[in-house]
Design a protein around this ligand. Structure first.
Ligand SMILES: [Zn+2]
Length: 101
């Protein structure tokens, strides 16, 4: 978004929250410390929950819901009968995500 606004309005809280969530998920992915990564994701979850908004779908799928560990290079992804099986490298929890072409 590169729209010039002359009278800069104070962004509504949801926009701020969204921005924060995006930033946190980015930090979580970039973080080499898995504990820190988890904390970032839990924080993002907390922000979303407080505002009663769902996490963006791409973020939702970028980390393990069970342990909060962000998916990375070690995450195993398998495609099986229209499902995307994602295995968390931290807790070995398997998530099934419907896969559409
Ligand atoms: Zn996990």
């Amino acid at each position: 978004m590169f729209i010039m606004v002359h009278h800069r309005k104070i962004p509504p809280p949801k926009d701020v929250a969204r921005e924060r969530i995006l930033k946190l998920s980015y930090l979580a992915r970039e973080s080499s410390d898995s504990h820190l990564g988890k904390r970032y994701m839990r924080l993002a979850e907390a922000i979303a929950k407080r505002l009663d908004m769902p996490l963006p779908i791409d973020i939702k799928r970028s980390y393990c819901k069970k342990c909060g560990h962000p998916y990375g290079n070690l995450t195993r992804v398998r495609i099986k009968r229209g499902l995307c099986l994602v295995t968390c490298s931290n807790c070995n929890d398997v998530r099934r995500i419907p896969y559409k072409q």
